[in-house]
Design a protein around this ligand. Structure first.
Ligand code: D5M
Ligand code: FE
Ligand code: ZN
Length: 466
């Protein structure tokens, strides 16, 4: 007997005057949005056919859809926003951040509560959120740590071996410290600093069959500078035998250019209406075979709220992006593709990490090193109240709770990749040529990169269109 869902698929087909063999009904039902799949199929089926079988489906999709896509999404907060912006919401999100990151650090260092230190002496370990960090008159670094019990001052001496680590510490991040208390137990002299971090022996899960994913971001359709020629080169290449193993495309935000994103943006717009921009983006996807599954999160140019976490697109935008094989989720999200956990985050906080981290390793020319800082801190936007807007929620969705095999971002329009404790870190560049703002700021964007990930070996091949 067909289940409820299967009979809905059958009824929907009948509504349009079609029948289908049971495998086809099952196939349609397994797609993320069966109604869109039906619309897509019947708009592509030859006129004389009224009973669909699997060979019709294969013809429509261009190749056999025999292996069904394997995608699950963790931590999608779309529709679950609880924050109303009250003081209590901010308290909740900080408490949750502190508690999640403290429990990661506590496995290693077994901390004392900060309010107990005044009655202690000698060597202690603590964990807390950085509520202040400043240079003293004698050029040491003074850190104010806060936990649920209270606050405490930590001094990092400028002669100490760990002094250079203070370059990486940002306000509001959670760290651990080992050190010796002063004789009056008023201050802790730091000897070790611990970040929540990724364990060195992390073994990244991988797929069990040879299958690939293209990792893209920052398409910016609707901008005068969207490079449609390079995009067509990419979608044409997808049809070549070389691209046959690609079954997934992940897009980490800034699908369209948006409107009113920055002052004077009008002169950069090819399409001035946001819905028409998504229409044009949809046209850009039309050339991509229907049996490639796509996963998309929004970025700061997209039509969702700016504050992070950003929910996935609403129905109005989803209806414009009519292809049946798109999975929409929030920014950030961890998506499990063929068993491989991939953390997708658009990357607005990277601007801040690059500006605030004093290490020369972290720059726009090495955006993956800024992403590695986020992995170390196990948080996607450590510093609160600066450029990255954060929406207060009961739960801090920006904590990197599950360690991913792959961390995928965009936003800075610079291509870069690296490995950190076996996590593959990729910033996928963009499809928008240099804008006037970027010309003035001397930024040369990396345009037309399609990093292709082998999901079974976690190796990367860089496909550059030019
Ligand atoms: O961001 C693209 C990159 O360029 C990112 O690193 C921010 C930077 N950018 C772009 N426009 C501006 C303005 N007006 N001020 C400061 N920084 C900017 P995207 O999200 O694609 O705009
Ligand atoms: Fe962008
Ligand atoms: Zn962006």
């Amino acid at each position: 007997m067909p289940s409820n869902e299967l009979s809905k698929v059958i009824q929907e087909l009948v509504k349009y005057g079609y029948n289908a063999e049971p495998e086809v009904v099952q196939f349609i039902n397994n797609t993320p949005d069966p109604n869109s799949t039906i619309k897509f199929l019947i708009s592509n089926i030859p006129e004389e056919i009224f009973t669909l079988n699997m060979s019709h489906i294969s013809n429509i999709y261009g190749r056999s859809p025999s292996t069904s896509p394997s995608i699950s999404i963790l931590n999608d907060m779309t529709g679950n926003s609880t924050g109303s912006g009250t003081y209590n919401d901010f308290v909740s999100i900080f408490q949750d951040r502190l508690s999640q990151l403290t429990s990661i650090l506590s496995n290693r260092i077994n901390p004392y509560p900060l309010n107990s230190l005044k009655n202690t002496s000698g060597e202690v370990r603590v964990v807390g959120m950085v509520s202040n960090i400043q240079k003293t008159n004698s050029n040491h670094i003074l850190i104010e740590l806060e936990d649920i019990s209270g606050t405490f001052s930590i001094l990092v001496h400028n002669n100490s071996e760990i002094f250079n680590l203070t370059d990486e510490i940002l306000l509001d991040e959670v760290i651990g410290v080992k050190g010796k208390l002063s004789s009056d137990s008023e201050i802790l002299f730091a000897e070790m600093i611990y970040f929540p971090d990724i364990p060195l022996n992390f073994r990244p899960p991988h797929a069990t069959r040879p299958v690939q994913a293209a990792l893209l971001s920052d398409i910016h359709v609707g901008s005068k500078h969207f490079n449609s020629e390079l995009w067509s080169d990419f979608t044409s290449w997808l049809k070549t035998p070389e691209a046959e193993p690609i079954e997934y495309i992940l897009i980490a935000g800034d699908l369209v250019e948006g409107v009113g994103v920055y002052p004077g943006q009008d002169i950069d717009l090819e399409i001035i209406n946001i819905y028409e921009q998504y229409d044009a983006f949809n046209e850009c996807l039309k050339d991509i075979s229907g049996d490639i599954s796509m996963i998309m999160i929004p970025g700061n140019h997209d039509a969702v709220r700016l504050a992070e976490p950003q929910p996935g697109f609403d129905l109005e935008i989803k209806n414009i992006l009519s292809s049946s094989n798109i999975h929409f989720t929030s920014n950030p999200s961890t998506v499990i593709v063929e068993g491989v956990p991939i953390l997708m985050y658009h990357g607005v906080s990277l601007d801040e990490i690059i500006a605030e981290t004093h290490s020369t390793q972290v720059s726009y020319d090495a955006p993956h090193n800024a992403m590695i800082q986020l992995l170390k801190k196990r948080h996607l936007a450590p510093q609160f109240g600066s450029r990255t807007r954060i929406s207060p929620e009961q739960k801090d969705y920006l904590v990197i709770d599950k360690i991913p095999s792959v961390f995928h971002s965009g936003h800075v329009h610079k291509f870069g990749y690296g490995k950190y404790h076996n996590v593959l870190v990729i910033n996928s560049g963009c499809w928008q040529s240099q804008t006037d703002f970027q010309k003035r700021a001397n930024i040369t964007p990396d345009v037309g990169y399609a990093p292709i990930l082998d999901l079974d070996t976690l190796n990367l091949t860089i496909r550059k269109f030019s």
